[in-house]
Design a protein around this ligand. Structure first.
Ligand code: 3PG
Length: 374
């Protein structure tokens, strides 16, 4: 796989796919490790006097995270200056791309605003038709999106010279060191559909939305369900058949008038929504973590954007940090949580910005984005 060291970038127009996908609370995009780390490759390319055009996404159509990249450009500019243009393949974008000077960077609008991103159908794809002729080199720095067969991941490298950015290069290097013998999975986060891929009878601790879904699949009525959980209820029939080895929470923290209150499972159904696991669950999970030879944790345990509901995530992370076996921490939100917890990164073998892509790699799947670069 070629890297940033493989080409001379001076005066070259570079199309850089990066991952800026971050948490959004009350329509505000929060600063994230992804944004911070994405700036490394951008700065290097700017220093090498490339004309850098950045493409990235935020959220998925119709979800609560789906929004413009305007706020990201401000956040990114705290590390390296980028100009935002609220266009992707229209006249405005094409003009800005053509006017770009060496050492400058431009961030285009959320690539997922265009249907063509989801449907790579060769040369007639509008992203390919409009952007490819303007560029010399494509750089993929979005390992966390490499499980998607999207145009910005598998389309551009078909038509342009290409290489990996520094972040992707580092992620791929650390994959080679992964040792998952008798691995314990700690599966949380807000994308439970991905976790299902790992349920093959191995020991797993279920938390986040996934933990709630597993309990519902076992027939437990939890009461109040937020809309994110409701959106995932379609998974239940499949999940019912895959619960072997899955350990579920025995208590939760709910939010009552902005306060944290812990309820044991017997106290459900509750009219209050769940935001975290409770202390008994933490204790049970810690016991399993202490016994494990290697651990893979994906996604936060609770709603960590709110400090009152970080206990579960921080406690589990601390337990993993103490375990002497191989540990892998994955996902954008979880790497933000590691930072917030102030646990030293060196306490884990690998802290990846990638959620779904890493999980699929661990599940033994090939990643189309990496294949496309090879
Ligand atoms: C992630 O958050 O894991 C990546 O940005 C990929 O997002 P996706 O699951 O919406 O493709």
């Amino acid at each position: 796989m070629k890297t940033l060291s493989s080409y001379n970038f001076r005066d070259k127009r570079v199309l850089l796919r990066t991952d800026l996908n971050s948490d959004v609370v009350n329509k505000k995009v929060l600063m994230s490790e992804r944004i911070k780390r994405a700036s490394e490759t951008i700065s290097e390319l700017k220093k090498k006097k490339a004309k850098v055009v950045i493409i990235a996404h935020q959220g998925r159509p119709k979800d609560r995270y789906f929004t413009s990249l305007k706020q990201h450009s401000r956040l990114l500019s705290k590390f390296t200056k980028v100009k935002f243009v609220n266009d992707i393949i229209g006249k405005k974008a094409l003009k800005e791309i053509k006017n770009l000077k060496p050492g400058q960077a431009l961030l285009l609008e959320n690539i997922r605003f265009l249907k063509d991103e989801f449907n790579f159908n060769g040369k007639q794809n509008r992203l390919i038709k409009n952007l490819v002729p303007l560029f010399d080199i494509y750089v993929n720095d979005a390992f966390s999106v490499c499980h998607r067969k999207h145009t910005s991941i598998v389309g551009f490298p078909k038509y342009l010279m290409n290489c990996a950015g520094r972040l992707l290069e580092k992620e791929v290097k650390s994959l080679k060191k992964i040792n998952l013998k008798n691995c314990l999975y700690v599966l949380g986060g807000a994308k439970p559909e991905e976790n299902m891929k790992l349920l093959k009878g191995k020991k797993s601790l279920a938390c986040g939305l996934f933990g709630q879904l597993c309990l519902i699949s076992k027939g437990k009525n939890l009461g109040a369900q937020n809309k994110y959980l409701k959106d995932k209820l379609y998974l239940i029939s499949k999940l019912k058949k895959r619960l072997k080895g899955v350990q579920t929470p025995v208590d939760f923290a709910v939010k009552i008038r902005s306060r944290r209150k812990e309820l044991s499972l017997e106290e459900f159904p509750s009219k209050y929504e769940i935001y975290d696991i409770g202390e008994k669950t933490m204790k049970n999970f810690i016991e399993e973590i202490q016994k494990a030879n290697s651990i893979y944790m994906k996604g936060p345990v609770g709603f960590c954007a709110d400090g009152k509901f970080c206990n579960g995530t921080f406690t589990i992370l601390k337990a993993i940090a103490k375990n002497k076996g191989h540990s892998i921490i994955g996902g954008g939100h979880l790497s933000d949580a590691v930072k917030k917890s102030r646990i030293k990164l060196g306490k884990f073998d690998n802290v990846s910005l990638s959620g779904g892509a890493l999980l699929r790699y661990i599940a033994g799947e090939k990643l189309p984005g990496l294949e496309a670069l090879r």
